[in-house]
Design a protein around this ligand. Structure first.
Ligand code: GDP
Length: 195
């Protein structure tokens, strides 16, 4: 079985019209600063594979990482930048919605949320765009190390309840700092890519 440790940088694209041909991909999405790059790096056991660009003008960069030939992890731009002009953001969000709804080789979506502040409006937007495809969604509640064990259990149960209407959605706790939840997250992603 391939592993996410094999992830290598493949290509950066600036427009959804320039997406490379792939056989299978899993996309990672999340609010800016939720911990998406850290999660990808943790899963890849690599310190600087994915890195955040906090420059608002750069919100549209999509990074492709390759596991094996034609099989990719897609790092979508973080959403929810306050500084981006509304029109630009709306335009970008529309394109992102198209990608999530229409990309056939997209096998599943990982949504990264800060375990202290999950399910913000734009997180729901991602879920609502993707859920109609019936493809699997895995929510990583990250920065779990910032919560007590009790708070973790509470947040996990709260999010599970909120998405209970969608049987294809799974949820887990994750910490890039403590490297917890890594095996479960990796197994989920690989099961989508290498069924
Ligand atoms: P991104 O914008 O979603 O890619 O977020 P980053 O991965 O760049 O993380 C944003 C900030 O949160 C950085 O300061 C990280 O060090 C911190 N961070 C990310 N994951 C964790 C985690 O699991 N635990 C803790 N304590 N901090 C984290």
């Amino acid at each position: 079985m391939p592993s996410l440790q094999q992830l290598k940088f493949f290509i950066t694209v600036n427009h959804l019209s320039d997406l490379p041909q792939t056989l299978a991909e899993v996309a990672f999405a999340g609010r800016s600063n939720a911990g998406k790059s850290s999660a990808i790096n943790t899963l890849a056991k690599h310190t600087r594979l994915a890195f955040t660009s906090k420059t608002p003008g750069r919100t549209q960069h999509i990074n492709f990482f390759q596991i094996t030939d034609g099989v990719h992890v897609v790092d979508l731009p973080g959403y929810g930048y306050a500084q981006v002009p509304n029109a630009v953001r709306k335009h970008w969000e529309g394109l992102l919605g198209d990608y999530l709804r229409l990309r056939e080789q997209l096998k599943g979506l990982v949504v990264i949320m800060d375990s202290r502040h999950p399910l913000k409006d734009l997180d729901w937007q991602m879920l609502e765009w993707f859920a109609p495809t019936k493809k699997p969604i895995h929510i990583l509640l990250t920065k779990a190390d910032k919560l007590t064990r009790q708070e973790c259990a509470k947040q996990l149960s709260l999010v599970k309840k909120a998405v209970a209407d969608w049987p294809q959605v799974s949820v887990q706790l994750f910490s890039s700092l403590k490297k917890s939840g890594v095996e479960e997250a990796e197994a989920t992603v690989l099961s989508w890519l290498y069924p």
